[in-house]
Design a protein around this ligand. Structure first.
Ligand SMILES: C[S@@+](CC[C@H](N)C(=O)[O-])C[C@H]1O[C@@H](n2cnc3c(N)ncnc32)[C@H](O)[C@@H]1O
Length: 192
């Protein structure tokens, strides 16, 4: 991303943070280190879709595409209309949905081609800001969506490696810190 584009994406992120702090849930867009640490867990099978939740200004999206994901195999759900518009400009062939990721079932029907399915979910949603009931409902929805062996890749800002609602529904297969991010983040990989 060019410097000017990066600055204007960061400005938009900060504006959205001021108007919806709980939803945005981070003080800055994800660093390249965090984005790459998420993307390296993406299995590349070519046929299934990857669903990205809370893509924000697209740092993780960019890393997923750099890893080899085709834009037309990416479905992203972002609640901020302005961020969704930015993503449509940056990634014109991707399926960008403006909407609430916690209501994903209804939205996905129109975007997954018949005969295909979602193989991996990559989430930047600030789940810890929404309370245990919403996190539990979210975990159940993703569980129902993924095939056996499918992965949910999620980051959070918890320092300790403590259990979350996701652990009630998935097997955690990896969890590690990314220090070069503000603030440092923990990437966790869950498997159905
Ligand atoms: C921590 S930020 C993501 C940062 C992103 N990785 C980046 O680099 O810009 C969380 C994002 O989740 C979005 N979000 C929060 N709640 C959401 C929801 N219910 N549905 C969809 N997006 C949501 C926010 O608007 C924000 O863009």
């Amino acid at each position: 991303m060019q410097l000017f584009a990066k600055l204007s994406a960061t400005t938009l992120f900060l504006q959205e943070l001021v108007s919806c702090p709980r939803q945005v849930g981070a003080i800055l867009p994800s660093s390249q280190n965090l984005a790459k640490a998420m993307a390296r867990w993406l299995p590349l099978d070519g046929s299934s879709y990857t669903l990205e939740l809370g893509p924000g200004t697209g740092a993780v999206t960019e890393a997923l595409l750099e890893r080899g994901l085709r834009q037309d195999r990416l479905i992203a759900i972002e609640q901020s209309p302005k961020m969704a518009d930015l993503l449509r400009t940056r990634f014109p062939k991707a399926n960008i949905i403006t909407g609430d990721a916690f209501q994903l079932d209804a939205m996905l029907k129109h975007h997954v081609q018949p005969g295909s399915r979602i193989g991996t979910v990559v989430s930047s949603l600030p789940l810890l800001n929404f309370g245990p009931a919403i996190a539990d409902d979210f975990a159940k929805k993703i569980q129902a969506l993924l095939p056996e062996g499918g992965k949910l890749i999620q980051y959070c800002y918890h320092l300790m490696n403590q259990r979350s609602k996701l652990d009630d529904h998935f097997r955690r297969v990896a969890s590690h810190w990314v220090w070069l991010n503000l603030p440092p983040a923990r990437v966790s990989v869950y498997q159905k």
